[in-house]
Write a protein that binds this ligand. Structure first.
Ligand code: TYD
Length: 209
């Protein structure tokens, strides 16, 4: 039984903080935990990440964008995630294939079915056991994350608010369609409350002992 948990949510929803807190809590219980993130998490993936997020790449086509995210993902699965799961570790990943459905699918109005096929190919059919959606209004999320000028935001963050709202609605639909895997958490609460909610669900839903 693999133990693979992913975190999804708009910009500024606090995913990385919550992953850090959860990893520490699970390690305290004696578990071996690996944390990683998308896009990136490998040398090759980080090079792809730099292309994807470079604000100069304004001409990138939605299909090219989709393929690059999946290229970084395939590398991460093969090089990091699968070996860790095979070694009996619990893996926490900041974003995964659902990000592509939300951002490139719902966000860019691309049909979902080919994206799902591509996602299965890129991951070699590795599906998370549990996916947390840290739910926050996208405008509030962008505000939380961005203190600098809009010119300093990365290429994905600079997309229009309507795009981020479509992404948000997409996530909610994905979560509704598979309530066994998806756990929606109110990320507007304070950090400690969000952490307690996540830890309680992990302990209830994943066989960690
Ligand atoms: P990052 O700085 O890692 O943001 P965050 O902390 O919100 O994860 O930037 C990653 C950006 O890439 C983010 O805007 C979401 C986007 N993204 C996609 O559009 N599709 C994908 O498949 C993935 C993994 C990320």
């Amino acid at each position: 039984m693999s133990r693979f948990i992913t975190f999804e949510g708009p910009e500024g929803s606090g995913k990385s903080t919550q992953i850090r807190l959860l990893a520490a809590a699970l390690e305290e219980q004696g578990l071996r935990v690996l944390t990683t993130r998308e896009p990136g998490g490998t040398q090759i993936g980080d090079a792809v990440r730099a292309i994807l997020l470079d604000a100069k790449n304004t001409q990138m086509s939605p299909r090219a964008e989709t393929l690059l995210f999946n290229a970084a993902r395939a590398q991460l699965v093969d090089e990091v995630i699968r070996p860790a799961l095979d070694a009996g570790m619990l893996v926490l990943c900041d974003r995964y294939a659902d990000s592509t459905l939300a951002y490139q699918g719902y966000g860019h109005s691309q049909p979902l079915e080919p994206l799902r096929v591509l996602g299965r190919y890129a991951t070699g059919d590795l599906t998370p056991d549990l996916t947390f959606y840290l739910d926050i209004d996208p405008l509030e999320g962008l505000r939380r994350k961005q203190t600098g000028a809009v010119e300093e935001w990365n290429r994905m963050e600079q997309k229009k608010l309507a795009y981020h709202q479509a992404v948000h609605q997409g996530y909610l639909q994905l979560a509704r369609a598979d309530q066994r895997r998806w756990q929606v958490i109110d990320a507007g609460q304070d950090e400690a409350a969000v952490h307690r909610a996540i830890l309680a669900r992990v302990e209830a839903l994943i066989p960690i002992r």
